[in-house]
Design a binder for this molecule. Structure first.
Ligand SMILES: Nc1nc2c(c(=O)[nH]1)N[C@H]1C(S)=C(S)[C@@H](COP(=O)(O)OP(=O)(O)OC[C@H]3O[C@@H](n4cnc5c(=O)[nH]c(N)nc54)[C@H](O)[C@@H]3O)O[C@H]1N2
Ligand SMILES: Nc1nc2c(c(=O)[nH]1)N[C@H]1C(S)=C(S)[C@@H](COP(=O)(O)OP(=O)(O)OC[C@H]3O[C@@H](n4cnc5c(=O)[nH]c(N)nc54)[C@H](O)[C@@H]3O)O[C@H]1N2
Ligand code: SF4
Ligand SMILES: [Mo]
Length: 747
């Protein structure tokens, strides 16, 4: 950065969430003087959320590590990069030499997906490490979407995106885009886009156990019992077929399994599912008819629909609903992108199209997807002795202690590892267990391109953001850390020699990510095909467009883009059809089902449930995202945590009264795996029988070096979520719908 005294404005993309807002950062010398929305960004048109300011706070954060550290008896101490790389490489190799290559596990966190350098270089790095013990945040997030895309379309990244700017009916299940700013639906300025939908005469219907900020903008909001979306969707489909409203249109001839879907869903009438779902049969029928009548319409489901007992089935049936009504691959429906750097094509070349159940986890037999085990199995794989036990862990941009189920158990398991190293710039709840922490550059010190999120956006757009600040001389980007460590792991020395190979050679010649990106852009669908006279794009041309480029609305692409062997959409794939048996069984046991005994599950005064054999877990806990928070890692920004305590439990007035809870008092929430004490907020914004807690809090653990966050510690919802509760088909954690008990906290 120049050191002149005059202010300059730089246009960049905010890289904190999926929305990719254009930002105008005013810099004076080395100081940021303001961060505003960029009105000239064609995609975000000036929109900004409060988190953008955290970019500055992270940049200036004194707790952010700027050099490697090693944990000693006297706390973390600075070491050189050489020492750090040598120690990490030596200890990982030693662990693999003694206990086998899978004794070293890897956990990749969410920010890797917002970091194209890390994304590109994790592929060869993991090839060198050769461990099959791979975990990531995917299994506490969007895994059901990848699984369904693989089974239906043949490729895990063929994820249909709701075309919200052109739809006339948006049905939202378990997502709160007004706060989250959209997920698997990149579209900055959600409130404006949703208001525009209604202004052009369209409808927004939200189905959520909480009356969310998104529900507040909707024509209609329905409460739903957590985890029962699968039944609602079955009943919507059942109604469509029974009333001859199904009309797949253009895709009928390229879809296999339509008849089977009809046969499978017909028995799930609205009357049959209504008591379990908590929405009246007449309402379900009306919703099905309204959805079928709207042209176009689209159903969209996210975290609340995914992170639950039937996450894969729910995600599947959402796509089935879109397809059966002719809304898949249709403007205003659910569409596919044609990104500038086409990750679908790139992964297709690498044959990374997704595969379920190639292996099963050692302890519990949970399936892998795309080579990764479910994060819900990580703690037990560390803690359970025997051949194949995990002895060392390497994390990149993750905080699984706060973000995966039964975080306490994982916290304890991490303390028992032989060795742990983390690529992260904070000493947080997870990285405090590391022996060595390798800190990458901060979010404004690296070039940024949204390799993943341009592929999930509601329009085809592209924008490249060069680093705003030059990193310190001895700083390393994530990709450089992976390259240097990879090279050391591969170096032919002692028994590690076996690790050398093509991936190692690729790393030793490592090109900066920008060069790889340039190739992907130029050879991609909007590229110049390496012809300098072409009007197509290259990275250099993209760089000249400081506000980004808009390449138009999404366009139909099926069946051409399918990767299935049959060349068709496989709407009724065997694993999903088989999993319906589990849903049928659950419906049988649910309220109104034939297998339901009396009114159990609606247990009344459970204030003293602790003494009951079933634990008295008579409430269902769900999650809640917050505007000034980004998973677990923005609470060290003073501007993100200022104001009232936001880590509160929402509880319905009837549930509170029954437990003698008056409001704004401390309560104890207990589940099968643990308890936390925190403040309650009594509100009818949640439905009776449901309580809600945000995730990402719980900073009050010893050794966390986040000076602001630890002053606002909150409690971790994942000290309550149960690692045994997973969507059995996909292994995705069921972080919503957790059975809990609530009582006034002991004095
Ligand atoms: N401000 C902010 N923005 C974020 C993030 C953040 O932490 N903070 N995180 C980012 C990330 S990583 C992601 S993946 C996205 C997630 O984006 P969203 O999925 O839009 O975010 P959530 O707020 O988790 O929305 C889940 C909704 O599901 C509801 N719900 C819970 N259980 C059920 C159920 O069983 N059925 C139904 N129908 N609904 C249910 C919850 O009440 C909640 O409103 O947000 C991203 N954006
Ligand atoms: N109960 C409950 N739990 C949830 C969810 C929920 O809705 N409810 N949501 C889930 C979802 S959707 C997600 S995505 C996961 C997130 O789970 P994780 O990815 O495990 O956790 P994060 O909180 O995102 O932690 C990100 C870490 O990356 C570091 N970091 C940030 N930027 C960079 C970078 O550029 N490079 C490197 N090397 N490090 C960086 C931060 O310091 C932080 O330590 O949480 C999940 N957990
Ligand atoms: S919505 Fe997301 S991308 Fe936009 S400013 Fe907020 S955090 Fe950044
Ligand atoms: Mo996520």
């Amino acid at each position: 950065m120049g050191s002149s005294g005059s202010a300059r404005t730089h246009h960049r993309t905010c890289n904190l969430c999926e929305a990719m807002c254009g930002i105008a950062i005013e810099v004076d010398g080395d100081r940021i003087t303001s961060i505003r929305g960029d009105p000239d960004d064609p995609f975000s048109r000036g929109y900004l959320c409060p988190k953008a300011l955290a970019l500055q706070d992270i940049h200036e954060d004194r707790d952010r590590l700027r050099h490697p550290v090693r944990r000693t008896g006297a706390g973390f101490q600075r070491i050189s990069w050489d020492e750090a790389f040598d120690e990490v490489a030596a200890r990982l190799r030693e662990t693999q030499a003694r206990h086998g290559r899978d004794a070293v596990a890897v956990y990749l966190g969410n920010p890797t997906v917002h970091n194209h350098g890390a994304l590109l270089y994790l592929v060869p790095f993991l090839k060198i490490l050769r461990t099959r013990s791979r975990f990531s945040a995917t299994s506490v997030d969007q895994l059901p979407h990848h699984l369904v895309a693989t089974l239906l379309f043949g490729h895990q990244m063929l994820l249909p995106v709701p075309d919200i700017d052109r739809t006339s009916f948006l049905l939202v299940l378990g997502a709160n885009p007004v706060v989250s700013n959209g997920s698997l639906m990149s579209a900055p300025g959600m409130p404006r886009r949703l208001k525009a939908l209604r202004e052009r005469g369209g409808s927004l219907v939200v189905v959520d156990p909480r009356r969310t900020e998104t529900a507040a903008l909707a024509d209609r909001h329905h409460f739903i019992r957590p985890g029962t979306d699968v039944f609602l969707l079955l009943a919507l489909l059942s109604t469509l077929f029974a009333e001859r409203l199904a009309a797949p249109g253009r895709l009928r001839d390229v879809t296999r399994g339509l008849d089977e879907i009809e046969r499978l869903v017909l028995p799930f009438t609205p009357e049959r599912v209504a008591p379990a779902v908590g929405i009246e049969a007449a309402e379900i029928r009306a919703l099905a008819r309204a959805f079928a009548a709207a042209s176009p319409a689209v159903c969209y489901g996210r975290i609340g629909a995914c992170l639950q007992e039937f996450g894969a089935l729910t995600t599947w049936l959402i796509t089935a609903l879109n397809l059966v009504t002719g809304n898949l691959d249709r403007p205003g429906g659910a569409m596919f992108t044609r990104p500038v750097a086409d990750v679908v094509a790139l992964q297709g070349l690498l044959r990374q199209t997704g595969h379920l159940g190639a292996r099963r986890s050692r302890v519990r037999g949970l399936p892998t997807f795309a080579g990764e085990y479910p994060a819900a199995a990580l703690a037990e794989e560390i803690a359970t002795e025997g051949p194949g036990q995990i002895r060392a862990l390497f994390t990149v941009a993750g905080n699984p202690v706060l973000s995966t189920p039964n975080g306490r158990a994982l916290d304890q398991a991490l303390a028992s590892l032989d060795f742990m190293a983390c690529v992260d710039f904070y000493i947080n709840e997870t990285t405090r267990h590391a022996r060595v922490i390798l800190p990458p550059t901060g979010p404004l010190e690296r070039d940024h391109y949204d390799l993943a999120f341009h592929a999930l956006a509601v329009r085809n757009t592209a924008k490249y953001s060069p680093a705003l600040f030059a990193p310190a001389d001895d700083a390393r980007h994530d990709w450089q850390i992976l390259v240097e460590l990879g090279a050391r792991l591969a170096a032919p020395r002692g028994r590690g020699a076996a690790l050398a190979g093509p991936a190692a050679r690729a790393l030793s010649r490592a090109l900066p990510p920008a060069r790889l990106l340039d190739a992907a852009i130029r050879l991609g669908p909007h590229g110049d095909r390496l012809n300098p006279l072409s009007r197509g794009l290259s990275l250099r041309k993209l760089e000249r467009e400081a506000h980004g480029v808009d390449l138009g609305p999404l366009e139909p692409c099926l069946p051409g883009r399918l990767f299935t062997r049959s060349g068709r959409i496989e709407l009724a794939p065997a694993p999903l059809v088989a999993d319906l048996a589990r849903a049928r069984e659950a419906l049988h046991r649910a309220p109104g089902g034939a297998g339901q005994a009396g009114d159990a599950g609606e247990a009344g005064d459970a204030g003293d449930g602790a003494g009951r054999p079933d634990g008295g877990y008579d409430l269902r806990l769900i999650g809640r995202r917050q505007l000034r928070s980004n998973n677990s890692w923005l609470h060290n920004s003073p501007r993100m945590v200022k104001g009232r305590n936001r880590c509160t439990l929402l509880m319905h007035p009837e549930d509170a009264a029954r437990r003698g809870i008056a409001g704004a008092q401390r309560v104890r929430v207990s589940s099968r795996v643990g308890s936390v004490d925190l403040e309650v907020e009594v509100t009818d914004e949640v439905m009776p029988g449901v309580v809600s807690l945000p995730h990402g809090w719980g900073h009050g653990r010893g050794g966390v070096q986040l000076h602001t966050a630890t002053q606002h510690p909150g409690a971790s919802v994942n000290d309550l979520t149960d690692h045994l509760a997973v969507d059995a088909l996909s292994g995705t954690a069921a972080l919503n719908g957790v059975p809990v008990r609530v009582e006034p906290a002991p004095a």
